[in-house]
Design a protein around this ligand. Sequence first.
Ligand code: SF4
Ligand code: SF4
Length: 124
Amino acid sequence: MTPLQSDSFPGTGASPHQSDRVSGSGATPPKLSLDARLGLDKYEIDEQQSHIQVDGERCKLCDLKPCLTVCPAGVYTWVDEHVAVRYENCLECGTCQLSCDNGGKGGITWRNPQGGFGILFRYG
Ligand code: SF4
Ligand code: SF4
C-alpha cells in the first residue's frame, strides 16, 4: 500500500498547490485571463455614469496607490500620470474604498450602481 503523502489531498494525490487542477482527469485546464474570468459574470453597464469617482488631485499626493493593486478586477490602472478607472468591470466588493481611505489619500468615492445596473454573479 502506498503511503499517503503528507502534502496531498486525501484520495486525489494532488498537492494543495495543484488545487486548480481537474481531479482524476489528469488534464490541466488552461488558465483563464482576467478578462476571460470577468466575462463569466454578467454586467448591466450604466453607460451614462460611473459609480466610481476619483479625485485626481488627491491621487497626485498618494505615494502607495493601493487601488492599483488591491482591486481583483483590475479596475484601476496608472495611465499618463493619472488613475484610469474601468468601472464597467467592478465586482462591487468595496475593497478599493477601504484601501484608499486607509492606505491612500481618500480619493475614491464609490457608490452602488444605480438600480438595475452593476454585476450579476453567476454561480456554478
Ligand atoms: S488609493 Fe485613492 S488616493 Fe491613492 S491613487 Fe488610488 S484613488 Fe488616488
Ligand atoms: S469595489 Fe472591488 S471590484 Fe469594484 S473597483 Fe473596488 S476593489 Fe475593484
